[in-house]
Design a protein. Structure first.
Length: 134
C-alpha cells in the first residue's frame, strides 16, 4: 500500500455536503462524477496531498443509501492507493481478508477499485484503488 488515497464520506445531499466542505476547507470540489455501477454521485476535494470524497446515493437500494439508513451520514470508507491492485487483492485474500469484489472494477476519479469487507478490518470498509493507465 502506497498511501491513503482518500476518505469517503456518505452524505444524504451532495449539494449540501459540498457547501459544508467548501466552508470547512475553503475550496470547492475539483471534480463531481457519477458512478452508475455503484448508484452514487461523488465529489472530490483536495486537501494538501490527500482527498475527501463525498458520496450521495442515486438509488434507494444502493450501498450508500443502505449505509446512511443504518448508520447515518459519516465516514464510509478509507481508500488506499496500491501499485498493483491484482497483486494486492491476491495478497490480502491469502492473508484471510474477505474481498467484496472478485476482480477490480472501474470506480470514481479514474481508478480501478476493490473493497475489503469491514468484518475483515476491524469494522472499517477498506477500498483499494489504482490509477487506470489508458
Amino acid at each position: 500500500m502506497k498511501k491513503i488515497e482518500h476518505i469517503g464520506i456518505a452524505v444524504k445531499d451532495l449539494a449540501k455536503g459540498n457547501e459544508i466542505y467548501n466552508l470547512l476547507l475553503g475550496k470547492k470540489p475539483y471534480k463531481q462524477e457519477e458512478v452508475a455501477s455503484e448508484n452514487v454521485m461523488t465529489s472530490f476535494f483536495k486537501v494538501g496531498p490527500n482527498k475527501v470524497e463525498l458520496l450521495e446515493a442515486t438509488d434507494p437500494e444502493s450501498p450508500i443509501a443502505k449505509f446512511i439508513e443504518k448508520r447515518g451520514e459519516g465516514i464510509h470508507h478509507i481508500a488506499f492507493e496500491v501499485k498493483d491492485i491484482h497483486k494486492e487483492m491476491e495478497r490480502l485474500a491469502k492473508k484471510g481478508f474477505r474481498l467484496l469484489n472478485e476482480k477490480p472494477k472501474r470506480g470514481a476519479d479514474n481508478k480501478w477499485v476493490c473493497f475489503v469487507h469491514p468484518k475483515s478490518a476491524n469494522g472499517v470498509l477498506i477500498e483499494l484503488c489504482q490509477n487506470i493507465e489508458e
